[in-house]
Design a protein around this ligand. Sequence first.
Ligand SMILES: *Cc1c(COP(=O)(O)O)cnc(C)c1O
Length: 436
Amino acid sequence: MDDSLPKIWKPFTVHGKAYTQPIKVTRAQGIWLTLEDGRQIKDLISSWWVNLYGHAHPEVAAAISRQAQELEHVIFAGFTHQPAEDLVDKLLEMNGHHFGHAFFSDNGSTAVEVALKIAYQYWHNTGQTNRRRILTFEGAYHGDTVGAMSAGEPSVFNEPFRDWLIRFDRVPYASTWHDDTGVQDKEDHILRQIERLFTDGGDLFAAILIEPLIQGAGGMNMCRPEFLKRLHTLAAAHDVLVIYDEVMTGFGRTGDWFAWQQAATKPDIICLSKGLTAGFLPMSLTLTTTEVFRAFNHDDANKTLWHGHSYTANPLGCAAACAGLNLLPKSDLQRKSIQRIHEVEMAGLCATFPFLHRWRVRGTIAAVDIKTSERDGYFNRIAAEIKKMAPAYGLLIRPLGQVLYLMPPYCITDDELREAYKDIGRLLEAIKKALY
Ligand SMILES: *Cc1c(COP(=O)(O)O)cnc(C)c1O
């Protein structure tokens, strides 16, 4: 044991000379985090996108507390419980009963693994074993387990495992932004590329896996609903299943409750996690249509989805999720307000700072690129610089490379959000002096 080394191995953290002591948080309430030294900062990224209604929401906390005193957990094969049943009923209803079935797992990555396994085995079960390929997108992030990693953009994150990864097909994402004049050409080009893949004479495609409307970790890249609509038309023409990874976009983030509703498209499978439990507990769900489920509804054990986790459908998680879903409709107005303020303030920031460009807003998510002398990408050093400076400006923000983004909890007031943009303006002013 070496006391000079940190005992806790941190996620997504370079443990070298650049390592800095993590900031200790002692309490949280609404958008506010209280730090060990008593300072308070605004959580503008919803703590890695999970917190939807504010920290320590009393209704969610009470629901978990009640549930913990009744039934903390029970094996979910051969047994069930009311919180799981209630959650699935509510969720299927909020999805307009387009999906009929829900499979529980523990986090976004496993929700994606389950979706990939279901899509692949669907064709196995229905006897079309030449449907082996999966279409994914450049810039995608679907999680850190091996299947989810394979579906993500090849990068430093997964480089050591390159020869372990499943080989998926990959095309560009039709990223667009405010005042983008080239978007139509971009979409046409990508869709032609997909059509060529679908007809190239190789194995056929089992499924398309996409982050609908917004690619999160890849840099808050946003595409138009039109792109998704045309993608579906193509998928339908070639009998390819469509999986939406709504781990980040679910539960109101994009404007509607789910991105598939906002884009007016009908995927066969969706993955939900992050905001599912209102930011309290790890849990995820993969929803499928009845058409998909039927292929597994079989006496033959070879057609069973042999998958499960120890904590499947944990009652505390289900209770938190039910309480959270009750809060979602109540956030409709404030989410609209957040979007309007994002649009005004992002346009304002870009007018003030010429080194900002390509602002984009969808629902409660706003993003803008910072022009630097370095290459764009996750390791652009501007990110580390801003991360380090942000707490002094009262902010929790963590740019993805050169992409500065805001994804606040829905409880943020108009005044708090405008104030946050003022804080960001002051931070950018300091950066301008230091860097340009
Ligand atoms: C975060 C994320 C994941 C992975 O979720 P984890 O809970 O971190 O495993 C998958 N897909 C998308 C779109 C995400 O944003």
